[in-house]
Design a protein around this ligand. Structure first.
Ligand code: PA5
Length: 446
């Protein structure tokens, strides 16, 4: 993996913050805060690549038995319990029409049209379900589980054979699953949802889909070494660029892979960046209302949709491009098109590359900073590197912003109202507020 930063130092806001002038002492302090786990007790994700061989063997054997017994595999989870798996599925299968070892679905929404129509289309006897929730109390996931349990029971299908659970030890779901005799996989307490893709949350589904999880972890280990170093530390340099950009008014970050296979990396990154860094208070409890809004884009597609705004709209965005050096497939335009002879003999990869450079240059000329992350190819090792790079970049940015990157108080209020609406105890005040809100809604009709 490498990053290309020539456009950064030439942009005006970086004139006094050149990447080359980052102090080694600053890097060392930040690295030490993270890797010595001084700044948070939620840094267990740093150790996930070292998972022991016994656990790997357990996952591989389990995946093998699932693949042997079932035709379909459904993941029920949301947020950090789903996005990593979705990203991997899209990168290795959906985008290049390669068949997973078993047809896999990630249901991270509770929309009835989506949920019911999928379940209706599956032979449930031949379908394995993986409930993934660290807390074990996420309304959406537990509701999905309740629906599926009931369906399986009605159809006299063994829940013990068709359903397994990934959660953390000691919560109510863990106890419930054990009482039912379900297989469980454990999420370590000190690993938060959005940092959990290299735990059983991502490793079990990945292995079932046919992804080489050992290579995924090897890639993560490789970039972890780089993230500990005080020179050419890619994640630190990237976070530094993002923090200078934010401090100079670039409150948005456009994440734009020039690779269809990496399209959902934008969704994965958006959650990491938004939920980790969008914070009201800093570590000293002072109101800071910080964060940088992630914008999901795709090259070249969005050149014909959003680039106009990126070029001539408000100059409040930093651009992060993602590019793969070699694609799995390529093809050349070999027919003569009489009114555009110039395209003859151009391969798709060459055209994509030309457009990639053209877009970066056009933004640079407008003083709009960008940097590019390059992967050698889309394989397990490189995906492992990319995942760990994005996680450490987020962690470093959290340090630079002096906030807790591992909590998510901002989503709690909505969760409380939802639980209040369901009649959970102790939430009468929230229930009343919600009822009043609903009563006072005004609809304009025509
Ligand atoms: O990153 C996070 O912590 C969240 O996005 C969670 O993953 C999400 O809310 C789902 O939580 P849980 O895994 O407890 O169901």
């Amino acid at each position: 993996m490498e990053i290309e930063i020539s456009n950064i130092n030439s942009c005006s806001i970086f004139r006094h913050n050149k990447v080359g002038s980052i102090k080694k002492t600053d890097i060392k302090m930040c690295v030490s805060n993270i890797f010595n786990k001084n700044c948070s007790d939620m840094l267990g994700w740093l150790d996930l690549p070292d998972i022991d061989s016994e656990q790997i063997e357990d996952i591989l054997q389990f995946a093998k038995s699932i693949k042997k017994r079932f035709k379909n595999f459904v993941v029920l989870g949301i947020g950090g319990s789903a996005l990593g798996v979705k990203m991997l599925k899209y990168a290795f299968f959906d985008s290049i029409n390669k068949k997973e070892k078993i047809k896999t679905f990630v249901l991270d929404n509770i929309d009835g049209d989506y949920f019911v129509s999928l379940l209706n289309s599956l032979d449930l006897k031949k379908t394995a379900f993986n409930i993934i929730t660290k807390s074990g109390t996420t309304c959406e996931t537990i509701t999905q589980m309740s629906i599926v349990l009931n369906l399986l029971k009605k159809k006299k299908i063994s829940v013990q054979k068709n359903l397994f659970v990934t959660t953390s030890k000691g919560n109510s779901l863990y106890d419930y699953a054990n009482n039912l005799g379900l297989k469980t996989f454990i999420i370590p307490q000190d690993v938060g949802g959005r940092f959990s893709v290299l735990s059983p949350v991502g490793l079990v589904p990945a292995s079932i889909m046919g992804i080489d999880i050992v290579q995924l972890l090897n890639g993560a280990k490789n970039i972890r070494e780089n993230a500990k170093s005080s020179s050419s530390n890619l994640a630190y340099i990237s976070a530094h660029i993002c923090s200078v950009a934010l401090n100079n008014g670039l409150t948005n970050i456009v994440f734009m892979p020039y690779s269809q296979r990496l399209k959902l990396v934008s969704e994965y990154f958006a959650q990491l960046w938004a939920e980790s860094l969008g914070k009201r208070y800093n570590r000293q409890g002072r109101e800071v209302f910080t964060g940088q809004t992630p914008i999901k884009a795709l090259g070249v597609t969005d050149q014909h949709s959003q680039l106009q705004l990126y070029s001539e709209g408000r100059n409040d965005k930093l651009f992060v491009f993602l590019k793969v050096k070699s694609s799995s497939f390529d093809i050349t335009a070999s027919d003569n098109i009489p009114f555009m002879l110039e395209i003859k003999n151009i391969s798709l990869s060459k055209l994509l590359n030309n457009e990639f450079d053209s877009t970066r240059l056009s933004l640079a000329k407008l003083d709009r900073p960008s940097f590019a992350v390059f992967l050698d190819s889309v394989d397990e090792f490189n995906m492992g590197e990319l995942i760990f790079y994005l996680q450490t970049m987020t962690a470093f940015m959290g340090e630079m912003l002096n906030i807790n990157a591992y909590d998510q108080n901002g989503v709690e209020q909505s969760k409380l109202y939802t639980k209040a609406s369901l009649g959970f105890e102790g939430l009468e005040k929230q229930k009343n507020e919600l009822e009043k809100f609903r009563k006072n809604q005004k609809f304009l009709q025509f």
